[in-house]
Design a protein around this ligand. Structure first.
Ligand code: ADP
Ligand code: ZN
Length: 734
């Protein structure tokens, strides 16, 4: 406890600071949130300890206000340890928690609108996005800036919709508060776990009851009922008066999931993601801070809510790439959740059908507990998985001009087409998976070699037929499609196939077929994804064609054939996790088939049927595959048998960048038991007109790399127009 007149250290949420001294004007404890000012700008910060007395007492400014919200000692410790680990400033780590500035102010008074789209209105993509923004907030009234931010549309779109009466001003201002989001939950689902589930739930439950830190891998095949097992854990922690965080990838936050939650606990959970209105963010943040909201289902950012008395974190699809944040501070939400649990002393449950190598290794070493569910719930069969050897198949590839006589280009092998026909004849549904958006990834002149490149990135542009444009998949820049080569004037060729082209092929081969496309282009929001789920359930779609968005969490009982169009695509990655990620993706996609009564079938088109990934997919032998993959990583000292820190240096001027990299290389420390590689050009050398170089620091499991890098970076001055990004345990090597 600090008293009036004491000098305290206050950490404020900005990217550079690690705390400043202020004088208290009242009593407050460590962890209390306070208002202070820095250069006349107001901030809400947190008291992290006594001041260090480095500033002359007469220069110390007062704490202006003490709020009635406080963080625990464990939370402060967590912020500091997180900053050390990720190498961000403590203020940057704190900013992730205090990033809801509205939470400390009275509700803002701004005009609110509801949506009311008259029938027969032409629904542009932008209007659809606006409708979906409302849907993501249970159709609450929202401000114009909410609409703009969430739907990612221009102010002009919003203005037109207001003028056209599609957005209607709300007369009386509904006042919301945290209380609107508080529910009482009951274990009313009357679920009986099967024997394997019961063993898993009991093991996790024992640790929840006894308290203390532990991590449990709930490792179960797709459809084994992991959800009901971790719901059991949720209930135990909640009933014991604790708060519970359930994290999932954004696209898994489906109505299907919410309905299951409601069926089990009698009320819907509070949902947290990046598309909430400012008012909702404010209310939920406050409700959590006050300890009134005790159960939240959300994306990785929900970890940074001001939790009170947190007693359990469940991380569904723990292997999922979306838990790693790469811009605005690099952190891995799974690892930071485990750190939080370790400091505060409570259990974490990681659920997956395809756990990451890191997690499997932690189970093998006995650091995490592992529980397994080896069969699907209720006796549904695992699908039968076969490869189609594409070598010599006469349909192959779109790298011939469409006009070439005598060729019927396509990507679907005859066996695939036969299986699709049989499936549709039975009235069942087909899913085709290709992890490539757009129509054709390469637009090129076959005569002079010219190719459509993004002017700002070192990347080719993809032709998107739906919108009739070329799009850069790195920066999103668009350009008009070209049909003749700008260099030699001859016709250009479209090479390779994305999902739009597969859709054309399906429509040509199966006249009258009803298709749906699923990618981030067509599924801008979860609401759009929900529409697809409805269409699938009501049988309005025969063939759904999509990217990895399809691989997650959906349960389509009438889907019995999954076709993987190009299984080899992921294997060409240079990243040491390429095989692991390809395996996870294919395994998850395959898991979509045959979840109802009818058995499922999966066909995988590949030019490398002998590849260990394909072999493992077909035999379902995940453990053997992961063991082989991990053995090679052990030899190479790659994670989980070594540590990596990537340093990405970006510059607007190539000469300045190269000079700085040379300086950095010259200042590189000698590393005991590790090495520093680089500088080398980054995988994508130019993004949005910034040139990019990389260093990679590697070391063994016990190496303490962060201090080495910190010391190294302190030796150089970063020139203007150069930025340095540090990525601890990088997942992307772009
Ligand atoms: P997973 O998440 O492991 O892929 P799910 O949790 O989606 O599997 O379960 C698959 C299906 O089995 C779901 O429809 C679910 O409702 C059902 N299910 C699983 N366990 C039970 C149970 N103990 N009682 C009733 N239904 C269950
Ligand atoms: Zn670009």
């Amino acid at each position: 406890m600090f008293n009036a007149g004491d000098i305290v250290k206050v950490l404020v949420p900005n990217a550079v600071n690690s705390g400043y001294d202020y004088r208290l004007m009242g009593n407050a404890r460590r962890g209390a949130l306070v208002r202070v000012s820095i250069m006349n700008r107001p901030y809400v910060g947190v008291i992290i300890g006594p001041g260090d007395g480095k500033i002359a007492p007469e220069k110390i400014k007062p704490v202006m206000d003490i709020l009635d919200i406080a963080m625990s000692d464990a939370d402060i410790e967590w912020i500091i340890r997180m900053a050390e680990w990720t190498m961000m400033a403590p203020g940057a780590a704190l900013r992730m928690i205090l990033n809801v500035p509205d939470a400390f102010n009275p509700p803002r008074i701004e005009p609110l609108y509801t949506i009311d789209i008259p029938p027969k209105t032409r629904m542009t993509d932008a209007r659809m996005a606006v409708a979906d923004a409302f849907a993501a907030n249970d159709n609450d009234a929202m401000t114009a800036s909410d609409v703009q931010n969430i739907a990612r549309v221009s102010a002009a779109v919003v203005r037109t919709m207001i003028k056209g009466g599609m957005l209607k001003p709300v007369a009386a201002r509904p006042v919301t508060s945290a209380a609107d989001y508080v529910s009482q939950y009951h274990d009313c689902g009357h679920i009986t776990l099967n024997p394997q589930q019961a063993v898993a739930a009991a093991e996790i439950g024992r640790h929840i009851d006894s308290g203390g830190f532990s991590v449990h891998l709930l490792d179960g095949v797709t459809g084994s009922g992991k959800t009901q097992v971790y719901f059991d854990a949720v209930w135990r922690a909640y009933a014991a008066g604790k708060s519970v965080l359930l994290m999932m990838p954004e696209i898994a936050l489906t109505a299907q999931f919410m309905n299951r939650f409601r069926a089990r606990f009698g009320a819907a959970p509070v949902v947290w993601h990046s598309n909430l209105t400012a008012a909702r963010r404010r209310d939920i943040w406050r409700g959590v801070a006050q300890g009134d909201i005790r159960v939240v289902v959300g994306t990785r950012s929900a970890l940074f809510l001001p939790w009170q008395n947190l007693g359990l974190i469940v991380i569904d699809e723990e292997h999922d790439g979306s838990y790693k944040q790469e811009d605005m501070g690099n952190y891995h939400a799974r690892d930071m959740a485990i750190l939080r649990a370790k400091i505060a002393g409570f259990p974490v449950v990681l659920a997956s059908a395809t756990p990451s190598a890191e997690t499997l290794e932690n189970v093998a070493r006995g650091k995490y507990f592992g529980v397994r569910l080896t069969s699907r719930y209720g006796g549904a069969q695992m699908p039968q998985i076969e490869t189609i050897d594409m070598r010599g198949v006469k349909c192959a590839a779109y790298d011939v001009p469409d006009s070439e006589p005598g060729q019927r280009p396509g990507m679907l092998a005859p066996q695939m087409c036969d299986a699709m026909r049989q499936t549709m004849d039975l009235g069942h549904q087909v899913m085709l998976f290709i992890n490539r958006r757009g129509f054709a990834p390469i637009v090129q002149c076959r005569h002079c070699g010219w190719a459509a490149m993004c002017p700002d990135c070192s990347a080719g542009m993809t032709y998107h037929k739906r919108v009739g444009k070329l799009i850069c998949h790195i920066c999103g820049r668009t350009a008009p499609m070209v049909t003749t080569c700008p260099d030699c004037g001859l016709d250009v060729t479209m090479r390779g196939a994305g999902l739009e082209r597969i859709q054309e092929e399906v429509m040509a081969k199966f006249p009258g077929v009803r298709t749906a496309l699923v990618s981030s282009d067509t599924m801008m929001s979860r609401a759009a994804l929900e529409r697809l789920v409805d269409q699938m359930e009501s049988g309005d779609v025969d063939v759904v064609i999509g990217t990895q968005i399809l691989a997650k969490g959906h349960h389509f009982p009438n889907l019995t054939l999954v076709g993987v169009v190009d299984a080899d695509m992921g294997l060409f990655g240079t990243d040491f996790r390429a095989a692991e990620h390809t395996f996870q993706q294919l395994f998850q996609v395959a898991g979509r088939a045959g979840r109802g009564d009818a058995p499922g079938r999966v066909l995988v088109q590949t030019y490398q049927p002998e590849h260990p990934v394909m072999h493992a997919i077909c035999t379902g032998n995940r453990d053997e595959f992961m063991a082989t993959d991990m053995a090679s990583r052990r030899i190479a000292q790659m994670p989980p048998y070594g540590q990596l820190i990537a340093i990405i240096i970006e510059g607007q001027k190539e000469t300045v960048l190269q000079k700085f990299c040379a300086d950095l290389a010259a200042a590189a420390p000698a590393l005991q038991g590790g090495k520093i590689m680089g500088p080398i050009a980054a995988g994508v050398y130019q993004i949005r007109n910034w040139y990019r170089m990389r260093f990679l620091v590697s070391g063994g499991m016990t190496a303490n790399l962060q201090p080495v890098v910190r010391h190294w970076m302190a030796k150089v001055r970063v020139p203007t127009n150069v930025r340095v990004k540090i990525d601890v345990n990088p997942q992307s090597f772009m």
